[in-house]
Design a protein around this ligand. Structure first.
Ligand code: BG6
Ligand code: MG
Length: 219
């Protein structure tokens, strides 16, 4: 009998290298209001919603803003971010993502996208991967941001697979925490010293062979 697992992919920093565009856009915006932050601090913004990201930046700069100004800055960050997205194509799919998707498809494994981004569908369309997922849960579908597990639990529900039979691929600390809280297998894509609470960590998909994927399906 073929085992069915639910494979849930984060988008930014896992499927496409958009994490760098989020960083650029937030850094530029923060500089405009006199706040600077490093790549290390930026790890805390990964996986986190747009609202929560701006709240954190303002906390770092000990700054408070009116609600109106806050909204203006969020919109302006997104406009800047979307100018990077506009030029994207399939060439920005991260290495070996397509091999992993193909292997899971060949093995008839259900797949979902689980992202905090409200731009997820736009990006998936740009890189022509939108039809590869059975379901897409994004920032427009959830009310609680990662590290809350809502996004992954919703993906599992839509795939009709129990959370304990789901596997999450994530590049953010918040996302790994969300997967762990959901009782899923968490697989970090990135630096093991940053993603140290994940069940497994790979620097990228080129390091994850089909044998490992097969074990995830069978276990
Ligand atoms: C996550 C990113 O995928 O989406 C975060 O890792 C980002 O950096 C969040 O803040 C929300 O994205 P968006 O595109 O709705 O601003
Ligand atoms: Mg991510």
């Amino acid at each position: 009998m073929q085992h069915k697992k639910g494979f849930i992919f984060d988008l930014d920093g896992v499927i496409v290298d958009t994490a760098k565009y989020h960083f650029l856009a937030w850094q530029k915006l923060a500089a405009g209001i006199g706040i600077s932050f490093t790549e290390k601090e930026n790890e805390q913004l990964k996986g986190v919603s747009r609202v929560r990201s701006l709240e954190k930046i303002l906390e770092w700069g000990n700054t408070t803003l009116s609600e109106e100004r806050f909204q203006e800055l969020m919109d302006s960050k997104n406009t800047d971010y979307l100018s990077h997205i506009d030029t994207m194509s399939e060439t920005e799919i991260l290495p070996d993502v397509e091999r992993v998707l193909r292997f899971l498809e060949d093995n008839e494994q259900p797949m979902a996208l689980g992202s905090a981004s409200k731009n997820a569908r736009t990006i998936l369309q740009k890189v022509k991967l939108i039809h590869r997922f059975q379901t897409i849960v994004d920032g427009t579908d959830v009310s609680k941001a990662k590290p809350n597990p809502e996004v992954f639990l919703k993906a599992a529900e839509r795939l009709d697979i129990a959370p304990m039979d789901c596997i999450v691929f994530e590049d953010s600390v918040a996302g790994i925490e969300a997967a762990n809280t959901a009782g899923m297998v968490s697989i970090g894509i990135g630096d093991p010293s940053v993603l140290n609470t994940a069940d497994h960590v790979f620097s990228d998909f080129t390091q994850m062979n089909n044998e490992f994927l097969n074990k995830l399906i069978q276990q």
